[in-house]
Design a protein around this ligand. Structure first.
Ligand code: EPZ
Length: 418
């Protein structure tokens, strides 16, 4: 990609990857079909489809992949293999629903990943509280509850999105009442609770730190629309902030990203909400430096820290970015430095001093959000920027080069089509 002038036009925001992955897992809870609409077309979604199919779920994609019908009438396997789980950590979230429906689940441990150790101890603690017996055998978690799960009080020591969602799905079919304390409040978790409720689950408190679930005997099918992807939204909000211009994000909602919007506004960006979109405009020249600390929802999302850092590399002044969720989530910093950025990383803190002009370079994508931060920086950099390993991008951004070039960005895919 090359330096791009002001961006103008509209971008359609796709359905949320991280929400959709958890909704798909919910299909394991019922023998009736679950229909999801506004499904994003991403490689992570395809990977989870393959896993669900290996468990016996029939997956049909309609309307060019936008609609997915998942039918878990016959579960044919209770074992999620390492070969698939290692590719996608969210696969671990089949554990709760599979165990709740079948009384047994054997799921590979996902292993480490670039952004941190990403343990699963909280997932296992929650399922044990619900009465499961858990053993670890040859890299697999073996969970069993032959007599069914029992409602319990689960108190997490800190917020985990995945563990909250595993506990929530499992508790829907447990006998009695489950109370999840210090629960994740992410929009993804709220949307999952909404879908489960449409399937007949009895859930209250989703979106607060305490979720209560009254177990039911069985769930039924439902049709549910996936919420817009707030991380894709935030990423594309930074594009006009970094290049200048005026871009409308169709499907964008401020309530999905309140803390992020406030920080972006503090840099000097104007954000206007319409009934169906968010409009983002950079009124003047460079943005101002603003400090950010990542936190669970409703705080500033860790999944937008790398993109915000790219913006801060071009800001006037020095900002301090603190990452509190993952221990190793600054891998984009050395790549941004190769593009002329001034960044000093100490542990979980990065000091970023803005420069007037970044310079294009060959850079390496290390994970999904790191790769997109390099794209954003490349749009602001003089000369050519070549991002290698773009398969990371295809995990979570649908047709990113088409969406960005439609608003005037100078970007093209050279190779690495999915
Ligand atoms: C979800 O991951 C998202 N993934 C991540 O998005 C996101 O960064 C993260 O939540 C935080 O918002 C999906 O939803 C598929 P956590 P998750 O459990 O659920 C530690 C992206 O780029 N922890 O909330 O795995 C963990 O190591 C991805 O789209 C334990 O110690 O995140 C981390 O430090 C990346 N033990 C912290 O908690 C556990 O049992 C929060 O992780 C579980 C988590």
């Amino acid at each position: 990609m090359k330096e791009s002038g002001p961006l103008n036009g509209a971008i359609q925001i796709s359905g949320a990857k991280n929400t959709c992955l958890k909704l798909m897992g919910a299909a394991l809870l019922t023998d009736e079909p679950l229909t999801l609409t506004n499904v994003p077309r991403l490689s992570d979604i395809r990977t989870l489809s393959v896993l669900l199919e290996s468990l016996g779920v029939e997956v049909a994609r309609l309307q060019e992949g936008r609609v997915m019908v998942l039918s878990g009438r016959h579960i044919t396997s209770r074992r999620a293999e390492y070969e698939i789980v290692r590719k996608l950590r969210a696969s671990f979230n089949v554990l709760g629903p599979l165990l709740a429906r079948e009384g047994e689940a054997i799921v590979s441990l996902p292993g480490g990943c670039a952004i941190g150790a990403r343990k699963v101890d909280l997932h296992l603690m929650a399922l044990e509280k619900l009465g499961a017996t858990i053993t670890l055998e040859e890299g697999y978690v073996h969970a069993s509850a032959p007599g069914g799960l029992r409602g319990a009080v689960i108190e997490f020591p800190f917020v985990s999105v995945g563990a909250t969602e595993n506990a929530l799905t499992a508790a829907t079919l447990a006998k009695g009442t489950t109370v999840i304390k210090n629960a994740a409040q992410e929009p993804d978790t709220v949307d999952l609770a909404l879908c489960l409720t449409q399937m007949g689950a009895r859930i209250s408190g989703a979106g607060t730190s305490e979720i209560t679930v009254e177990g039911v005997d069985r769930l039924h099918g439902a049709t549910h629309e996936v919420i817009p992807d707030r991380i894709e939204l935030g990423t594309f909000m930074i594009a006009p902030a970094i290049c200048g211009g005026d871009v409308e994000l169709i499907g964008g909602r401020r309530d999905l990203l309140q803390a992020f919007c406030e920080k972006l506004e503090a840099t000097g960006i104007e954000i206007t909400e319409t009934p169906s979109s968010l409009k983002v405009r950079r009124p003047n020249g460079r943005v101002k430096a603003v400090d950010v600390t990542t936190a669970p929802f409703p705080g500033f999302p860790t999944d937008l820290q790398a993109q915000f850092m790219a913006l801060m590399c071009t800001a006037e002044g020095t900002s301090v970015l603190e990452e509190t969720i993952f221990e190793n989530r600054f891998m984009h910093a050395p790549e941004l430095i190769r593009m002329g950025a001034d960044i000093d990383v100490h542990g979980g803190t990065a000091k970023v001093t803005g420069t007037k002009q970044l310079a294009g370079a060959q850079v390496m994508a290390t994970d999904l959000r790191a790769s997109v931060s390099l794209i954003l920086a490349g749009l602001a950099a003089k000369g050519d920027t070549v991002v290698n390993r773009v398969y990371h991008l295809d995990r979570g951004y649908e047709r990113i080069e088409e969406k960005l070039s439609a608003v005037g960005a100078n970007i093209q895919r050279v190779s690495g089509h999915e």
